[in-house]
Design a binder for this molecule. Structure first.
Ligand code: FMN
Length: 310
């Protein structure tokens, strides 16, 4: 079957990518993703300056997913911009450069540098990191989202996507979609982790991660229904030119199928990519193709967004 996806003329051989933050901090890790059957690679969210991130332990597997409070450890914006430009020179366009400035000004500075560079690929502005102490998730402040888009599109004419936190009230989708539809956004990526969850260790009667007194972002199976709802809710409201990347709770071909059925163009795997590593991309893609063959679908467009209600 044909698993190809094209976003603004940028081509992906299949729709399954890594999600920012898991096994994508170093060029070695990014090379491994590109050398696998993944449809493409997403870089660890960059801040302008390199960061060590939060104190450890800062990530823990849970029975149905993960909790983390990494605090954006990364090698700094220049490191990732250089990487994606070098890939572009080598002929690889299937990359996403993720940025997560610690302030609106820092995000605009990075976008200006991208605009001034030779990079012509996708850029993912992460407005949803829950794990930097003292910084709230911009994606929950709709005025701030409107302000940053208004400022960014005065000078940025590349391919800009937004990584959003999960929303839980249908009015939030109405309000935010009305804002997003005013701008030439390339895509929305839903969801980042469900912020500020908490897990308990029964034996020690403690939290399981050290930063932020144990509060951290939840990923994995726990978050799939929330991710599907966010994809579906945005697909029903955003103008069709704005594509959707589905992230959250994917560890099988069935999960990918469900994300696409709800409206996702591409998907990303975070938590499940950790323990399984790059073989997950081939497994999940094979499982997706098996489902498509059984259902008689030949391309992703045959079922994308076609979720039925009862
Ligand atoms: N999302 C980002 O946009 N930028 C990040 O730097 C980032 N770091 C993460 C680090 C870890 C260890 C984990 C588990 C997640 C991180 N995320 C980050 C969120 C994931 O990209 C993803 O949106 C979320 O975990 C839900 O997907 P999943 O259920 O497949 O894990």
């Amino acid at each position: 079957s044909n698993l190809q996806v094209s976003i603004n003329d940028i081509n992906f051989n299949n729709p399954v990518l890594n999600a920012a933050g898991v096994r994508c901090q170093s060029t070695t890790e990014l090379d491994a993703i590109l050398a696998s059957t993944a449809g493409g690679a997403v870089t660890k969210s960059a801040t302008l300056q390199p960061r060590n991130g939060n104190e450890t332990p800062r990530m823990q597997s849970l029975p149905f997913g993960s909790i983390n409070s990494m605090g954006l450890p990364n090698y700094g914006f220049d490191y990732y911009l250089d990487y994606v430009i070098n890939q572009q020179i080598a002929g690889n366009q299937n990359l996403i450069l993720s940025i997560a400035g610690l302030s609106i000004a820092e995000n605009l500075t990075m976008l200006r540098q991208i605009q001034a560079s030779d990079y012509q690929g996708l850029v993912e502005l992460n407005l949803s990191c829950p794990n930097v102490a003292g910084k709230s998730q911009v994606g929950y402040d709709f005025e701030a989202v409107a302000d940053i888009l208004a400022a960014a599109f005065t000078f940025f004419d590349g391919h800009l996507g937004l990584k959003l936190p999960p929303y839980f009230d249908l009015n939030q989708f109405d309000e935010l979609s009305a804002i997003l539809n005013q701008y030439p956004l390339t895509y929305v990526n839903s969801i980042n982790s469900i912020g500020n969850g908490l897990a308990v260790d029964l034996d020690t009667e403690t939290v399981v991660i050290k930063p932020k007194a144990g509060f951290g972002g939840i990923g994995g199976d726990y978050v799939k229904p929330t991710a599907l709802a966010n994809i579906r809710a945005f697909r029903l409201r955003l103008n069709p030119a704005i594509k959707i990347i589905g992230t959250g709770g994917i560890s099988s071909g069935q999960d990918v199928f469900e994300h696409i059925l709800c409206g996702a163009d591409l998907v990303q795997i975070g938590t499940a990519f950790g323990p399984e590593g790059t073989p997950i991309f081939e497994r999940v893609t094979d499982e997706l193709e098996t489902i498509m063959v059984a259902k008689g679908y030949r391309s992703l467009a045959d079922f994308r967004g076609k979720l039925k209600i009862i």
